[in-house]
Structures are given as structure tokens and as C-alpha cells.
Design a protein around this ligand. Structure first.
Ligand code: SAH
Ligand code: SF4
Ligand code: F3S
Length: 485
């Protein structure tokens, strides 16, 4: 299985063990300079790396997995939690030695950490030559030239328009079956704990035609699943301004539900996933669109963050516990079968033991298939850093986090077990990690299924009867029986 294109962590910073792997593409034979690109953080960063590879491919670079032969090393970084930045700093120290032996080597930091720290990164990390924020990737070739001319180079300008809409991403380390499509950039939500609005700038949506075209091209190239990406896909809008006014009356308005339907109609054999949904904005029309199209996967990542309304208010999430649970009811009402996952933060400012118990009780009532769980990490410049004290002691945060993880483990295992005994339509994504004789794929609910290959082909759909499971993986056999979903 290919970790970088796996949709296993479809909505979130990728599993720690999968982060930071080099991404590779061979350029045209005339591309003599070599780029070594490492990506950290969420899927949007991985998707951006494909834009960067495309821009640099046009500028004469081909990518390599071997950092020793690189002329240019770029780290596409994440700033979401303190430890995400620590990992990058550790990695940069490793490049220090390489640079001693190869003074021509250019080392650059891209992404959210570049945007957060700007020029100060050059002083803090003495070996960094290049600092480029998420909206300035078109400028990388010029900046590299500037560095080769002996200067340090920085471009961290954020944009209100940039969506890289017409750039064809170079698919990195692809399995040829699943791909990401960025549909928007930035975030306007200002959740009080979150650094993203500062590192990614204002929310803007990409034009629907270029999104649908990209989906078509991917399908033609053999891809069978696309994940539409945005920090808050439910607020995708085209031809409407931030006040809800139509910009051009001659042109149609497109919101997320319609965009998703347009992508679903590219081909019934193209599966559609999306992430991330925001509880305050996830409307029933999105759920009805999901119910209507078989190829829109029945899986929603709906980050709750906390189960207590006071904490949610301090987090500036824009919903209460009751509102969130009503959205869960709406999912269950409109789609009889739909997997739900979440993000939870343990130990946010002012969180009491009772507030924490509310999070656990909410988990009990939802019974999530899967969750990404974090201890609160204070981030500079955020509303929480300015307004609230980070007053939950580290050991308490960690104990609460462990309780949340332990409970989720029970729910996740029960959810997986409940899928045993039925037949599902599975998209074959690749060879199983454990055995060459087996494939792995996913159900519509994003559950991973492992099964003997038989004569199946990667990138096709097979019906698999599931007869066994571990807490996170289903096992089964290809069957001619009909799938229940
Ligand atoms: N746009 C998505 C989240 C993107 S960040 C959404 O609104 O749901 C991914 C997750 O990281 C968040 O959902 C949150 O759970 C976690 N996170 C963000 N900032 C954090 C912080 N300062 N400390 C701990 N976890 C954080
Ligand atoms: Fe951050 Fe909130 Fe935006 Fe998500 S919606 S990226 S948590 S500010
Ligand atoms: Fe993503 Fe990390 Fe930036 S989660 S948006 S890469 S801060």
C-alpha cells in the first residue's frame, strides 16, 4: 500500500508514522536538476506538494527519493501543534550536515511553518535558504534562482485569489487509483485554538469547471476515487460573495452539495469522498446529495473537538453539543448507513473534569468509527493564546487524552466487528502490506478490507464477503454474491 496516497487518514494530519516521507515523480528526461520534497501535515499539504512538483517540473526539476542526489530540498511543513514544528526542526538539523559537504544544496521550507515564522525562520534555522508560504508557490523557481545567485529568498504573501486552479498537479507517489482534488484554500473560521487561518489566509473557492475537469482527467487516467479537499468544504461557494450576494447574475451559483453532485456525475465508477465537514455548516442538502448518489461514499468526518457547549463556545466553533448531536441525527435519518469520524482536543483552556466527561458521553452517544485525538497545544497569535490561560496541566491533558483514546478504541473495534458477515463493494487499491498474495481496498464507509487477490485488478471494484476482522481491518473473500452497500 502506498502511504502517501492512502485515504486512510482522509481528513487529517496523516498518521505520524506516515508523515515526512519523500514524494517522488520522474520528470522529463531534460529535467536535470533534482528535487527532494518531504511533506508533513494534512492532506491539503500533500496536495500542495503535487502543485509544487508541477511548478518545479516545468522549471526543469525532476523529483528524487534519494536526498543525497538532490540539488533542492523542500520541506512542506505543518504548524498545527508544537510537536509538528519540532519534527521539522529536527529534520532541518539533519540537512545541516549534508549542506556542509554540498554547499550548492538549496534547502527550503514551504507551507504553514514558513507562513507562521516568515523571515525569522532564516535566523532560527541558519541553514535554510528559502522560505515560501502556501500562496506563493508559483514564485519558487524565481526564488531558487535568487538563492543560487547568493541571496536568501522569502515570499510569504498570502492571496485572496490564488487557488492554483489551472495547474495540473503532478501526482506524487501515486497508487493510480485514489487522488486528492483541492476545491478551496484558507479558512475564515477562527476557531480559537487554530493556527490555520493565520498560515493559510482567507477562504477562497476554486472554480467548479476546473474541479470537474480535473476529476474527468483523473478518471480518464484510470483513477477511481477522488477526495475533495478543503478546511471546511461545506462553505464552498462559487459566484457568491462572503455576504451571500450573487456576484455575476449570468452565471450559476455553485455550493458544495451541487459541486459534489457534478463530480459524482463524472462517472458512476468514480467514487467521491470529501473532507473536512464543519458541524456548523453541514446542511441537509449535502446529506441528501450523498444519499442520492451511490458513488458518493457514505462516510463523514465531522470534527466535534469537545462534547461540552461552554468549551465549544471558548473554542469559537459556532455550535453547541445539542446542535452537533442534531447533525449526527440528521446523518442517521438521511442515510441509514454512514460512517462518522471526528477530531477531539483534550484539555483545552478551562476544561473541567465535568467538561471532559461530556466529551466522553458524547462519544458514547455517537459511537464514532474513527477519531483523531489530540492534547491541546497552545499556538502563538491564536485567539486562545491571547484570551485564555492554557491552564490544564500537561499530565491531566495526557490522562484525559488517554481516556478518550481508550474509549474510541472500544467503539472503533465494535464498529468494525459489526461489519463482519456481510458483502461489500470494495475498490481495489493495491497489494496488502503483509502479503503479496492479498489486495487491500476500502468499503464506502472507508473501512479497510484485505482479501486474496484471485484474478482481480487494482483500480476495479469487487464484491468481498467479510468473514473476520481485527480491531481496525476487515478480512474477506471475493464473491459473486450481491453487496449490501
Ligand atoms: N478544518 C478542520 C481541522 C483542521 S486542523 C476542522 O475544522 O475540523 C485538524 C485538527 O487538529 C483539528 O480538528 C483539531 O482537532 C486539531 N487541532 C487544531 N489546532 C490544535 C491545537 N492548537 N492543539 C491541538 N489540536 C489542534
Ligand atoms: Fe482551524 Fe477551525 Fe478553520 Fe478548521 S475550521 S481550519 S479548526 S479555524
Ligand atoms: Fe494542514 Fe498543518 Fe497547515 S494541518 S493547513 S499543514 S498547519
Amino acid at each position: 500500500m502506498n502511504p502517501l496516497t492512502s485515504a486512510e487518514h482522509a481528513h487529517e494530519p496523516l498518521d505520524e508514522s506516515l508523515q515526512g516521507l519523500p514524494t517522488v515523480v520522474s520528470g522529463t528526461p531534460t529535467n536535470t536538476r533534482k528535487l527532494y520534497l518531504e511533506s508533513y501535515g494534512c492532506q491539503m499539504n500533500f496536495s500542495d506538494s503535487e502543485i509544487v512538483a508541477s511548478i518545479l517540473n516545468d522549471a526543469g526539476f525532476s523529483t528524487t527519493r534519494n536526498e543525497a542526489e538532490a540539488d533542492l530540498v523542500l520541506l512542506n511543513t505543518c504548524a498545527i501543534r508544537e510537536n509538528a514544528e519540532q519534527r521539522v526542526r529536527t529534520r532541518l538539523r539533519q540537512f545541516k550536515k549534508a549542506k556542509k559537504d554540498r554547499p550548492q544544496l538549496v534547502v527550503g521550507v514551504l507551507g504553514c511553518m514558513a507562513e507562521r515564522l516568515k523571515e525569522s525562520l532564516l535566523e532560527q534555522e541558519k541553514l535554510v535558504d528559502l522560505v515560501v508560504g502556501p500562496d506563493a508557490y508559483r514564485d519558487i523557481p524565481n526564488l531558487v534562482d535568487q538563492v543560487q545567485g547568493g541571496q536568501k529568498a522569502v515570499n510569504v504573501l498570502l492571496s485572496r485569489e490564488e487557488t492554483y486552479a489551472e495547474i495540473s498537479p503532478v501526482r506524487l507517489d501515486t497508487n493510480g487509483v485514489t487522488a486528492f482534488i483541492s476545491i478551496m484554500r484558507g479558512c475564515d473560521n477562527m476557531c480559537s485554538f487554530c493556527v490555520v487561518p493565520f498560515t493559510r489566509g482567507r477562504e477562497r473557492s476554486r472554480d467548479p469547471q476546473s474541479i470537474v475537469r480535473e476529476a474527468h482527467e483523473l478518471f480518464e487516467a484510470g483513477y477511481r476515487e477522488v477526495t475533495l479537499l478543503g478546511q471546511n468544504v461545506d462553505s464552498y461557494k462559487w459566484n457568491v460573495d462572503n455576504k451571500g450576494q450573487v456576484k455575476n447574475p449570468e452565471e450559476p451559483v455553485v455550493r458544495f452539495a451541487e459541486l459534489m453532485e457534478r463530480v459524482a456525475m463524472v462517472n458512476p465508477d468514480l467514487r467521491v469522498r470529501f473532507s473536512t465537514s464543519h458541524p456548523k455548516d453541514m446542511t441537509d442538502d449535502v446529506l441528501h446529495a450523498m444519499a442520492k448518489h451511490e458513488n458518493i461514499c457514505k462516510y463523514i468526518h465531522l470534527p466535534a473537538q469537545s462534547g461540552n457547549s461552554d468549551v465549544l463556545k471558548r473554542m469559537n466553533r459556532g455550535y453547541t453539543r445539542e446542535w452537533y448531536l442534531e447533525r449526527i441525527d440528521a446523518i442517521r435519518r438521511i442515510m441509514p448507513v454512514c460512517a462518522i469520524s471526528t477530531d477531539i482536543i483534550a484539555g483545552f483552556c478551562g476544561e473541567t473534569e465535568e467538561d471532559h466527561a461530556d466529551t466522553l458521553s458524547m462519544m458514547e452517544s455517537v459511537q464514532y468509527e474513527m477519531a483523531y485525538m489530540f492534547a491541546y497545544s497552545e499556538r502563538p497569535k491564536t485567539l486562545a493564546e491571547r484570551k485564555f490561560e492554557d491552564d490544564v496541566p500537561a499530565e491531566m491533558k495526557s490522562r484525559r487524552l488517554q481516556e478518550i483514546i481508550a474509549l474510541q478504541k472500544v467503539h472503533g473495534a465494535a464498529r468494525t466487528k459489526a461489519l463482519v458477515g456481510h458483502t461489500y463493494r470494495v475498490l481495489v487499491e493495491g497489494v496488502s502490506k503483509k502479503s503479496d498474495e492479498e489486495y487491500f481496498g476500502r468499503t464506502t464507509h472507508n473501512a479497510v478490507v484485505v482479501f486474496p487477490k484471485e484474478n482481480a485488478q487494482r483500480g476495479t471494484y469487487v464484491n468481498v464477503h467479510v468473514d473476520d476482522c481485527t480491531p481496525v481491518t476487515l478480512r474477506g473473500k471475493i464473491t459473486t454474491a450481491e453487496a449490501i452497500i
